[in-house]
Design a protein around this ligand. Structure first.
Ligand code: ATP
Ligand code: MG
Length: 423
């Protein structure tokens, strides 16, 4: 036997034991986004590298060190998408979805970042993202937050809390930036290498640093709030009023700046204390400048993305109810005649009701070994077909989850008996 090949570090299989929970979570989220009138968009996993450089920003963790970038056979520089917003905006412009239109879009799928793998942080991970275009006010931001609150209640997630902040406009941030640079330059020796490099290119990102040695310096730094103009203050005030009116609990975290360059005004994160350092399960905000930056007309935009691995981990911790995809029935087929007739029988049963889940004992084996497989499949009943049953036009019907005798059930009565299992 040759040595087996392993998956790539930080990229995981989602095994059949785990997929029911994933499917259940994805279905619930889909129900909610549909209820708010959002429409799905499906985007390529690969885009031109330029797209991410121009949108996410050159001086960000993602673009500096996390992207899977390669040259394809034509010599084009391509990147596996590290997030969905850039591709969504690109597609919106390219397909003419954004101009003079209000759009509510969502997407789901894998994202790729070359990070250090650890609990809640992987190199291939999954997001469901929502993006809105053409709405400039805090009302849509409140809608996005209310939608996320509804997700948590629908999936039974507790222990998440909302943090919000405002980043103001690009001009306001520019004034703040120079003040911030001056502040940090007063203690250059306290900065780490990353921060020193960012100080001039993207100083707000220093505030986002996860280096614990920098925390006290960051805590004492000037706050953006002091640089906000009336318009920005009003925008944020109004959002808070909308959230208050809807009974949404939140705290204002003035250090919340988000890692990506394109945000303005409102940013928000849903965080939990239950996943260690990887505590953000959903993050988003407004990004009015991005459409124009990617070659479209100026368009207001806001959205969020949530990390499914982290939600799944939380659901497992909260011992959420597991969805049940076990078969209702398992067909045991003993003998060649039974094999032939059995496959036809289950086709007829499936024709009768497409919600019935029936597994067959394909692969054969003795009656005993098939009953064992039936039991392991999680099925509620075994349907037993052998020569004797075929001769009398009946099947054996055995409940597997309770101790009871095997019954003979006429083929004509079988569909009715199986439908009772659906109730
Ligand atoms: P973090 O601060 O944890 O690195 P981020 O700011 O890089 O997060 P976003 O780009 O805003 O994250 O992505 C939105 C969400 O996607 C995150 O809140 C998180 O739930 C999830 N996420 C991001 N990166 C990863 C990853 N490497 N593995 C698993 N989930 C991730
Ligand atoms: Mg990150």
């Amino acid at each position: 036997m040759s040595r087996s090949i392993q998956a790539i570090r930080g990229m995981h299989d989602i095994t059949p034991e785990q997929t029911p929970l994933w499917q259940w979570l994805e279905d619930r989220v889909r129900d909610v986004v549909r209820a708010y009138g959002y429409r799905e968009i499906r985007l390529p996993l690969v885009e031109k590298t330029e797209l991410f450089k121009r949108s996410i920003g050159e001086v960000t963790d993602i673009v500096e060190k996390e992207m899977y970038t390669f040259e394809d056979r034509n010599g084009d520089n391509l990147t596996l998408r590290p997030e969905g917003t850039a591709g969504c905006v690109r597609a919106g412009i390219e397909n003419g979805l954004l101009h003079n239109q209000i759009q509510r879009l969502w997407y789901a799928g894998p994202m790729f970042r070359h990070e250090r793998p650890q609990k809640g942080r992987y190199r291939q991970f999954h997001q469901i993202g929502v993006e809105t275009f053409g709405m400039a006010g805090p009302d849509i931001e409140a809608e996005l937050i209310l939608m996320t609150r509804r997700f948590w209640s629908v999936i039974g997630l507790k222990h998440v809390r909302l943090e919000i902040n405002t980043l103001g406009t690009a001009e306001e941030r520019a004034a703040y930036r120079s003040e911030l640079v001056e502040y940090f330059l007063r203690s250059p020796e306290a900065l780490d290498e990353d921060s020193r490099r960012r100080l001039h290119s993207n100083p707000l990102r220093v505030l986002d640093s996860k280096n614990p040695d920098l925390q006290s310096l960051i805590d004492a730094a000037p706050r953006l709030t002091q640089y906000l103009g009336d318009e920005s203050q009003r925008h944020f005030q109004r959002l808070k009023q909308l959230l208050d009116a809807a009974g949404v609990d939140y705290s204002v975290n003035t250090r919340l700046v988000r890692g990506l360059d394109y945000y303005c005004h409102t940013v928000f994160e849903w965080v939990t204390d239950q996943l260690g350092a990887q505590g953000t399960v959903c993050a988003g905000g407004r990004y009015d400048g991005l459409v124009e930056q990617l070659g479209g007309r100026p368009t207001a935009a806001a959205g969020f993305a949530m990390g499914l691995e982290r939600l799944v981990a939380l659901l497992q911790e909260d011992a959420a109810p597991q969805p049940d995809f076990a078969p209702h029935a398992y067909l045991v087929m003993v003998g060649e005649r039974a094999e032939r007739e059995g496959l036809l029988l289950v086709e007829r049963l499936r024709d009768a009701n497409d919600r019935l889940r029936i597994q067959t004992g394909c692969g054969g084996g003795s009656f005993k070994s098939q009953i064992k497989r039936a039991d392991r499949s999680g099925a509620q009943v075994a349907i037993i077909l052998g020569d004797a049953e075929l001769d009398t036009g009946s099947v054996g019907f055995k409940r597997l989850r309770e101790s009871s005798e095997q019954e003979d059930v006429l083929l004509s009565a079988l569909p009715e008996r199986l439908l009772q299992l659906l109730q």
